[in-house]
Design a protein around this ligand. Structure first.
Ligand code: HAM
Length: 438
C-alpha cells in the first residue's frame, strides 16, 4: 500500500460521517418499519461467500459476475467473493437453515462491484432489500412491489417511475431468446460496437443498451409477453390488475431485462427523473423461481427487490426532500407478529386489499398466499401471534363484509374467545383500530 493509499478510502468508496450518517440511520429505520409491518424479519448474513454462490446464482456470464466481482483467495485457499448483491446470499442462507415457509426476509447491506465510479455509481454501495421464499402467488409480486413503492413515498419521493415486465419461465423464456436472436441476426450491422459482437450470445442485453444505435435497431423487436406461455401471461395479468387495484401506476416495458440469470416471470425497476439517465435506477427486483434449486435447495419460488441507499438519498436531494425521521423499528429476526391476520378463502383479492389498507393505517398485518384451505390459514393466523383474524369466505365476499374474530387478548399467548363480529368492508379498518386501541 502506498503512503497516499493509506490516507484515502479506496476509489469508488466513501466514508459517511455524522450528520449524514443520521440520515442513513433514519432511512434504514423507515425501511425496517415499512417492511416489518408486513411481516418481514431482519436477516444478517456474511459480506463474503464462496464464489459459487454468486457465479451459479447470478450466472457466470452476467457482467456483475464476469467483470465486476471482487474475488479473492483466503489464507486457507478458499475462493471467496465480496457480495455484489443481497439475493444470492439470502437464498444460500435459506438453503442452509431451511426456515418455515413463507420466509419473509429483509436486509440492509453493503454490496461490492468493480464498476467505473461516477455520480451514483460506487464500488461499495448499499442496498435495502426484501426477499420472500415459498410462494409463486402473483399477489405476492404485488405485495413486494407495493412495499418498494410505499417505502419510496414514505421518504418523500413521489416522482419516480415503476416499470414492469416478465422474463417468462423455463418453458417460454428460451423460445423468446431464440425469437429475439433471429430478429437481431439480420440487424447486426445496425448495433453499437459492443453488441454487434455479443448480440447472438446474449440477445437480451441488447434490449437495455442505452446507445441510440441499439435502441433504434430494437424499436420493433418482439417482446417476451408476445410469446409468453399461458401461465406466464395469466400471472402477469394478475400482477397488473393487483397494481391497478392498489392504484400503483406501472408501465409495461419490454426492454426491461435485468442483468442476472436468476430472474423468472415478473421483473420491475423504479427509476427517478432526478438522477442521471445512466444511473437513474433507484431499485429493482423480480421473481427467481429457480434460484433455490440452483443453489442446492428444494424447488422453492422466490421474489424480492433491492433499493440503492446512495441513489435514494441523491434522488431525495434532487427533489429537495430530507430523509424520514426514525420510526421505532423492532430488530426481531424472526419477523414481528402482526396485529391482524387476514384469512381469505374467496380468491385472495380481499386479503390483498385489506392488508394494503391496514398497513396504510399503520396496523401490522399479514396474510397467507397460494389459496390455502380455511383450516391452514386459521392455523397460520394463530401461529402468527396476531390478536385478530379478519375472515373473508364466499358469504362475506358476496355481502361485502368481513368476519372479525379475536384470537387472543393483548398479552395473552393464545386462545381468544369465540366472539365473531361481522363488519362492512369499508368500516373494517376503523373497527380494527377501535378494537386494538381498547
Ligand atoms: P440491482 O438492480 O443490480 O439488483 O441493484 C439494486 C439497486 O442497487 C440498483 O437499482 C441501484 O439503485 C443500486 N446499485 C446497484 N449497483 C450500484 C452501484 N455500483 N452504485 C450505487 N448503487 C448501485 C440487485 O442487486 C438484485 N439483488 C435486486 C433483487 C432483489 N432482485 C430480487 N431480489
Amino acid at each position: 500500500m502506498t503512503a497516499s493509499g493509506a490516507r484515502r478510502a479506496p476509489v469508488g468508496t466513501r466514508d459517511v460521517l455524522y450528520p449524514e450518517s443520521s440520515r442513513w440511520e433514519a432511512v434504514v429505520a423507515g425501511f425496517a418499519a415499512t417492511v416489518e409491518r408486513a411481516g418481514y424479519g431482519l436477516v444478517i448474513s456474511p459480506m463474503f461467500e464462496d464464489v459459487s454462490v454468486f457465479s451459479r446464482g447470478m450466472g457466470e456470464k452476467a457482467d456483475v459476475v464476469a467483470k465486476e466481482m471482487y474475488v479473492f483467495e483466503d489464507r486457507g485457499g478458499r475462493s471467496l467473493a465480496l457480495r455484489p448483491e443481497g439475493t444470492a446470499s439470502i437464498v444460500r442462507a435459506f438453503v442452509q437453515h431451511r426456515p418455515p415457509l413463507p420466509w419473509k426476509a429483509w436486509y440492509a447491506t453493503a454490496a461490492f462491484r468493480y464498476e467505473r465510479p461516477q455520480a451514483g455509481r460506487f464500488r461499495q454501495h448499499h442496498q435495502l432489500g426484501v426477499e420472500v421464499l415459498g410462494s409463486a402467488d402473483a399477489d405476492l409480486d404485488v405485495e413486494v412491489i407495493d412495499l418498494a413503492v410505499t417505502f419510496l413515498v414514505s421518504v418523500g419521493l413521489d416522482d419516480f417511475e415503476l416499470r414492469i415486465n416478465s422474463m417468462g419461465d423455463p418453458v417460454c423464456a428460451p423460445v423468446y431468446v431464440e425469437t429475439l436472436r433471429k430478429y437481431l441476426e439480420s440487424r447486426l450491422g445496425e448495433l453499437c460496437d459492443e453488441h454487434r459482437q455479443r448480440a447472438l450470445v446474449s440477445p437480451l442485453r441488447v434490449l437495455d443498451c442505452k446507445k441510440e444505435a441499439c435502441r433504434s435497431a430494437t424499436a420493433g423487436a418482439p417482446a417476451l409477453l408476445d410469446v409468453a406461455c399461458a401461465e406466464c401471461k395469466q400471472h402477469f395479468g394478475r400482477v397488473e390488475s393487483g397494481l391497478r387495484a392498489l392504484a400503483i401506476p406501472a408501465r409495461v416495458d419490454a426492454r426491461l431485462v435485468r442483468g442476472f440469470d436468476y430472474y423468472t416471470r415478473t421483473t420491475f425497476e423504479l427509476s427517478s427523473p432526478g438522477l442521471d439517465v445512466a444511473q437513474n435506477a433507484l431499485g429493482g427486483g423480480g421473481r427467481y423461481d429457480g434460484l433455490v434449486e440452483v443453489l442446492g435447495g428444494p424447488a422453492t419460488p422466490g421474489i424480492g427487490f433491492g433499493i440503492g441507499l446512495e441513489r435514494l438519498l441523491l434522488a431525495c436531494d434532487a427533489a429537495r426532500r430530507s430523509a424520514p425521521s426514525p420510526v421505532g423499528a423492532s430488530g426481531r429476526s424472526a419477523g414481528p407478529p402482526p396485529a391482524v391476520f387476514v384469512v381469505d378463502v374467496a380468491g385472495g383479492e380481499a386479503a390483498r386489499d385489506l392488508t394494503h389498507a391496514l398497513r396504510a393505517a399503520r396496523i401490522p398485518s399479514d396474510r397467507a398466499f397460494d389459496e390455502r384451505s380455511l383450516k391452514s390459514q386459521m392455523r397460520m393466523a394463530d401461529r402468527s401471534g396476531a390478536r385478530l383474524a379478519l375472515i373473508v369466505g364466499a358469504d362475506e365476499a358476496a355481502a361485502g363484509t368481513v368476519s372479525v374474530r379475536a384470537l387472543r387478548r393483548e398479552g395473552d399467548s393464545a386462545g381468544g374467545d369465540d366472539l365473531q363480529r361481522v363488519v362492512g368492508r369499508s368500516d373494517v379498518v376503523g373497527y380494527v383500530q377501535e378494537v386494538l386501541g381498547s
